[in-house]
Every structure is written in structure tokens, then in C-alpha cells.
Design a protein. Structure first.
Lengths: 227, 198
């Protein structure tokens, strides 16, 4: 060391730590701004990056595999005519398209997702739900994932059983061939790999709710946010 | 006969390689959790998550153990060395690379400082991710952004570090110093002119 030494290292260290910790309060806003510019470029350069914003969360050892020949969507529980729709029958139901934003409870958000699929009423109507039914149980092929919506929640205008995302059939990672989409609630309510919908007397705790998450997962108004 | 001088003590090398080992395990398991393509290929998210989390807990613990069991005074001297920047260091940082440097050049000091700061931030944000899953009071919308942002910053630093330590012909001799402890005397005189090896 020479005569005049400046203690700079500790300053760089502390400033970096302080900047990082403070980003807990501004990081998401800044990141959204940056990725708006960067992600189309990054996605082209490095196609494996999750730059479109999606993360793939799963709870089982392997993601379920969709087999078109054997796949059925069963509709049962409190119904007069239990149903098992095959994939072709599902695709014959009235098709709707919508663009909505997807929020994950861990903090990431994907805007302008283009979904196509069917409204829940069109799928469960033919099974003739009984009047005692007040809620729906969505059962995933990924065991033991399950979640619930009340019938009222399931009738929100943009709740969808989606089989297409961004113009393509739903990919395996996103829940092929069918997932629930409820934009007003966090992603864990948007059950992937749907294989069964049951009409039930009341809503219960789904997979994450049994682990302490809110049953009514309203975006910005649940799970500790916005309170 | 080539003469060698000792650049890194056993404690310094143990500290470095402990950090490197834990970082690489965290990097590999973290990438599986982060990249959709790897997540689909590997699956077993709960297991990978456990590996990632407990490796993250063991990481600072192991570094602390190395420091406590090793040459503590030597590490304190090392910290002071990295903390201090003299006029030549500042000139070096300003882009004029031909000023004489000590045992560490200014870039190496910055690298070590940022690595230490990133370690603290990785551990803090990682713990917050884990705790936030269990208690909504500890959940922040930006925790995942901080953890991911750190990954990008630390990865860039790692790529630069590996390039200089393994590939770049003028500097890669430094790797020998980190593996066996010693470097060639004439190499040290050229790259670290102000350093007076013991």
C-alpha cells in the first residue's frame, strides 16, 4: 500500500448491499420497465431465458403428459349427468378468446397473455349441476394439486378453461391440454393439467391454501399484499 | 530454474474454493428452478428446491467455519488489502492499466467486494423467498426480482472471472496461485509490481 490509501472497498460493499435491500421496495417496478425493452431482444438471443416472464412451478416429481387418445375432462360431483369429455368434444364447445394479465403470488407478472378456451358454464352446463352445488373443485393430473372456486367466482366474466395460449395449444409446461384461468386471482388458483371438475357443496382449502395461502386469492388484496 | 512466490495462503484458497463449490451447486440447482426448459426436463421441483435452499444455508455457514478454523488474522489482513485503494488503483480503474499494482489489482478488489456483497444479498433475498412462502408478512413483490437480478449480476461477474482465470493468456497463470498457492516470480513482478512477497 502506498502512503495515501482510500477505504473504498467497504463503501462499494455497503452501497451494493444497501441498494440491493432497498430494491425490495422498487425492484419490481424497475424490472417491469427494463424487461419491457429488453425481453423481446433477450428472448431472440437466448431462447431458453424465461424473459417472457413465465416461471414454471410444479409440485409433483414430473409434469403430467398429455395423451390425446386417453385424456378426458370428467365433470362430476353434484350433477345429474356426470360427463367425460374427450379432447375433440372439448374443442367443439363454444370457443372464446381473451387477453388478460397473469399475476403470480411470488411477485412476477405476465401481461397481455392471449388465451382461448371455453367458459365454465358451457363446459359444466350439459352435466346439469344440482341446486345444492355452491362451488367447483378443480382437480389436476399433477397429484395432489387441487383448488376450488365458489360458483360466484367461477362466473366472473373472464374466467376461462383455456386450451390455447398465445395462439398455440397449451404447452406441457403451462398445463396441457387444459388449465383454469382466473385473472383476478393469483396463479396458484389457475389450476394446470385439469382432468376433473367436481361440483361440491362448498369451497375448501386447495393445495397451497392448506399450506397457509389465502383461499380467495384476489390479486393485490390477499396473501399479505395491499393490507 | 523458475522461481515461485507464495500468493495465496491455505486459508485463502480454502475460502475461495468453498465459496466456488457452494456457488456452483446453487447456480446449477437455481437454474433448474428458474429456466422453464430445465424445469420441464428435470422436474422434481420440491427436491431441487430443498437442495437449493439448504445449500444456500450451508454456504455462509461453511465460509464462516473456514474463517474460524483457518488463519483469522490473515483473512482480516486480506479484507484490509481489498478495502484499500491507493492512487495507482484509482488510475488503474480509470482505464490506465500500466500503473504498478499490489497483490491484487483494483479490478480484483472490486470483484471480491461485489462477490461479498452479492453473497449477503443472495442469502437475505433467498431467506425472504423461503420465509415469504410461510408468512405473508415477509412477502415482498420484489424479492424474486432481487434474487433473479443478483443471479444475472453474479453470473456476469463469474463469466469475466473465469475468462481471466482460465482463458486469457496474460492472466491465466493466476489460477496456479489459487490451486497450489504459488506463482512465478517474474509473472508476479510484471502483474503485481508493488507486491512484496514474504
Amino acid at each position: 500500500m502506498d502512503e495515501q490509501t482510500h477505504r473504498i472497498g467497504r463503501g462499494v460493499f455497503l452501497a451494493t448491499v444497501a441498494g440491493g435491500v432497498s430494491s425490495l421496495f422498487w425492484g419490481k417496478a424497475a424490472w417491469t420497465r427494463v424487461t419491457g425493452v429488453v425481453s423481446p431482444v433477450a428472448e431472440t438471443l437466448v431462447p431458453v431465458l424465461p424473459s417472457s416472464g413465465w416461471r414454471i412451478y410444479s409440485v409433483a416429481d414430473h409434469l403430467p403428459t398429455f395423451d390425446r387418445a386417453s385424456w378426458r375432462l370428467k365433470i362430476g360431483g353434484l350433477v345429474d349427468r356426470p360427463l367425460a369429455l374427450d379432447y375433440a368434444a372439448l374443442r367443439r364447445l363454444p370457443r372464446v378468446e381473451q387477453v388478460s394479465t397473469f399475476h403470480c403470488v411470488t411477485g412476477w407478472t405476465v401481461t397481455n397473455v392471449r388465451w382461448a378456451g371455453v367458459r365454465i358454464a358451457d363446459a359444466i352446463g350439459p352435466a346439469q349441476p344440482q341446486s345444492r352445488a355452491r362451488a367447483l373443485r378443480f382437480v389436476s393430473a399433477e397429484k395432489p394439486y387441487v383448488d376450488y372456486l365458489t360458483l360466484d367466482q367461477s362466473r366472473l366474466h373472464d374466467v376461462l378453461l383455456a386450451y390455447e395460449m398465445d395462439g398455440k395449444p397449451l404447452s406441457r409446461a403451462h398445463g396441457a391440454p387444459l388449465r383454469l384461468v382466473i385473472p383476478d386471482m393469483y396463479g396458484y388458483k389457475n389450476v394446470k393439467w385439469l382432468e376433473r371438475i367436481d361440483l361440491v357443496p362448498e369451497s375448501e382449502a386447495g393445495y397451497w391454501e392448506a399450506l397457509g395461502y389465502d383461499r380467495d386469492a384476489w390479486v393485490g388484496r390477499s396473501n399479505g399484499y395491499g393490507t | 530454474m523458475t522461481r515461485y512466490v507464495r500468493r495465496f495462503s491455505r486459508t485463502e484458497r480454502a475460502f475461495h474454493w468453498t465459496n466456488a463449490t457452494f456457488f456452483l451447486v446453487l447456480l446449477a440447482s437455481g437454474l433448474v428452478l428458474y429456466l422453464p426448459s430445465l424445469e420441464v426436463a428435470v422436474g422434481r421441483r420440491a427436491l431441487v428446491k430443498d437442495v437449493h435452499f439448504w445449500t444456500g444455508v450451508a454456504w455462509p455457514t461453511a465460509l464462516l467455519l473456514v474463517a474460524l478454523l483457518g488463519d483469522r488474522r490473515g483473512l482480516l489482513r486480506l479484507a484490509r488489502e481489498i478495502d484499500g485503494f491507493d492512487r495507482d488503483d484509482l488510475t488503474w480503474l480509470a482505464g490506465r492499466r500500466h500503473v504498478p499494482q499490489g497483490r491484487f489489482n483494483a479490478g480484483q478488489k472490486i470483484n471480491a467486494t461485489l462477490t461479498a456483497a452479492f453473497t449477503v444479498l443472495f442469502v437475505v433475498s433467498g431467506l425472504l423467498l423461503w420465509l415469504g412462502e410461510r408468512d405473508t408478512k415477509l412477502r415482498f413483490a420484489s424479492t424474486v426480482v432481487l434474487h433473479d437480478g443478483l443471479f444475472f449480476a453474479a453470473f456476469a461477474l463469474l463469466v469475466g472471472h473465469l475468462y481471466l482465470a482460465v482463458i486469457h493468456p496474460a492472466t491465466r497463470h493466476a489460477l496456479r496461485g489459487m490451486v497450489v498457492g504459488t506463482v512465478r516470480e517474474e509473472w508476479a513482478a510484471h502483474h503485481h509490481a508493488k507486491w512484496k512477497p514474504q
